[in-house]
Design a protein around this ligand. Structure first.
Ligand code: 5GP
Ligand code: ZN
Length: 103
């Protein structure tokens, strides 16, 4: 847990954020500022700053399976996924997350 990380705090339950889906590897919650009708964030429980810092192939697989599991759970068949990596690409929160955007 990174004390200064908003997503670590969310995962820790500090803000009572509702998880749409969770398992031992990840949590999924709604984006606070949705850019589509459905806008979810798939977030690993461990603090990894960005895709550039991730070297765990298994975790990467779990995150993508998490996308499939949560979209199946909510019945969302069409969606886009996005991983902003680095400030210039628009990354604001430096705890790795996958956006799920569905209309
Ligand atoms: P990034 O630009 O880093 O890829 O995306 C960060 C996303 O996190 C943004 O879409 C922003 O709206 C969302 N976000 C930032 N802070 C919070 C928060 O405290 N709660 C939730 N649910 N989403 C957040
Ligand atoms: Zn974190």
């Amino acid at each position: 847990m990174d004390e200064n990380c908003i997503f670590c705090k969310i995962i820790n339950g500090d803000f009572n954020t509702e998880f749409v889906y969770e398992n031992e590897h990840l949590v999924v919650f709604k984006d606070i500022n949705p850019k589509a009708r459905v806008h979810l964030l798939v977030v690993p429980r461990v603090h990894v700053a960005s895709l550039n810092e991730l070297d765990d192939k298994e975790l990467l697989g779990e995150l993508m399976m998490g996308v499939k599991e949560v979209t199946k759970k909510i019945g969302l068949k069409s969606y886009r996924v996005q991983i902003n990596t680095g400030k210039e690409a628009g990354q604001e929160v430096f705890h790795l997350h996958i956006h799920i955007l569905g209309s």
